[in-house]
Design a protein around this ligand. Sequence first.
Ligand code: ADP
Ligand code: MG
Length: 667
Amino acid sequence: MSTAKDKDTHKTVEDSAKTDAKAKSPKTAEDSAKTDAKAKPKSKAKKAAAGKSGVQQFEYQAELKQLLHLIIHSLYTHPEVFLRELISNASDALNKVRFRMLTDPNVLDAEAKLNVRITLNSEEKSITIEDSGIGMTRDDLIKRIGTVASSGTMEFVQQLKAQKDQKIDANLIGQFGVGFYSVFMVTDEVTIETRHADPDSQGYRWHSSGEGTYTIEEIDKPTRGTRIYFKLKADADEFAEEQRIRHIINKYSNFVDFPILLNSQEVNRVEALWHKQKSELKEEQLNEFYKFVSNDYQDPMGHLHLSIEGSVNFKALLFIPQTAPPLHLRHEDDRTVHLYTNKIFIQDDCKDLLPEYLRFVKGVVDTEDLPLNVSREVTQSSPAMVKIRSILTNKLLGLLEDWAKNDPAKYQRFYKTFAPLFKLGLNTDFSNRERLVDLLRFESTVTEDGDVTSLKNYVSRMGSEQKEIYYLSGEKRELLLRNPNLEYFRKKDIEVLLLSDPIDVFILPGIGQYQEKQLKSIDKADIDLQRDADETERLSENLSKSLIDVFKETLGDRVENVQESKRLVDSPATLVVGDSGMDAQMEKMMKMFQQDFSGSKRILEINTAHPLIKNLARMNLADSADPLLRKAILQVYDGALLLEGSLSAPSEFVQRMTDLMVEATKG
Ligand code: ADP
Ligand code: MG
């Protein structure tokens, strides 16, 4: 029995189970030797006296002891990552032997298949992971398994200690180059049997219960590679289920470059496409891969395949979907870009790889420049991550620019689908601001319904007289086209951008100017409008001034001012905004966010060429106290409110209209 252990938490049931496990293991003689070794009082020296059949006991390095103690006695989220760690080590070892064989065919089992074999024994609740990789020498077992390489280990230990009673994210464990030990999350003791690929190598068995000591002995192992065997702890026996393990492999290790066999069946079917040459990839493969990473059922709209070497090294295969996920799923299914290091899965929603406004992009990034098992906190701030993010952003914008230039219809489809998110980049990504501005698209009075224009094209259509870029914002195109403030521009053939996406009202004022031309809302009072000399007859200055006074008096503090309009052609009146005010649409948005938001007062502009205004001027001349005149003025004002969609008292409006009709139909 393994009585020498100083563990205090383990139950005798498990201990006896362990003993059973050992009894079932083929090499019983050596096992009992091991047990003997352990039964001895704790030895101090590294190479303690050898046991009967060459079993040597070693003590873990002090830091590692502490670390292991914590690993063993903590609770975890994601304990399943132990499997990823072991497969990753096997994959590393296979890579190493493959590399060596490129130049040196003189290795043990040169013909052996390169693969990882996982065997589950559901009765025994045990797992065996075996690879035909490079294997380990005795020295490797001591220096690489029994020692921690990272100088930050103590820091990590402190971090784990500080988390005391909370569950620890198992992803933290591998961070300090001790991924192998994550196996102690799910087992009490582990056996490694290994033999190095050198033809004259010797096989070894390493065994440990994680705390205190480990043993090494020589064994007779005919094949190269490493075999790791352990029995699962009672609270981890779910990992003896084939389904569960298959699922974990699919999740974390699907793109490992070597076949993974689970109970003799190959499970990782998806190739690491991003490691291939562009010319090798068929569209079908790409589409299939996209569906795999995104959970989408449609083909992507387009993709980007990158292989970057330089100050940061990575490969990426990124996709732009056809459609945005339905609104209600947008936050739940937040799978964005999967992060891999050397084909080993790290995170499936690595948010730090892309700025927020490009989060509709799906795919895979695989870099050698981040440690495997890096924690989320580390990924975020690592300089490699910052560089990758900037390169990806740059390349994605390049792809969109290419579409915009060479396939405008596609770009327009992209834009319609993702603009609401994409446009937010203007408020956050200042380093790419100019490029983003050029990628904006708007409807306008010139574009066909549903078509859009860039600011660049707008400017190219501007007449020589026109100094500013004009826009009008509101709910939808049809409503916008009815806005009286457009009349002047329509008459003069001046193009006006029609902004029907609520976000645009917030974005355009922020852009300020494009190619040195101010962007101006035509809702604003301070637009410099030139009036033609040959205009229809207007009220004289006197008449109009006197009428304006009555308007002001009647409307009181409903308005900031009343003035003669230059922009109206067919309508009697319109509301505009003072220089410092928000335009109507923006104000409406603000009210939605903030209940008690009180917008600025508006300016009422009247069309002194309009018959109604002329009639009112005549009434005013006859009797400025005429109640009908006052009623009509209020109605003109409410009518302007109604048109822009901000009339708040429709019943009064209708009542007044009824009164006016009674008056008009009196006969
Ligand atoms: P890391 O993989 O980050 O180096 P691990 O704790 O996972 O840290 O593994 C420690 C070391 O043990 C590895 O670097 C490798 O040298 C050795 N090792 C682990 N598993 C295997 C294996 N299956 N084959 C060969 N060497 C292995
Ligand atoms: Mg490892």
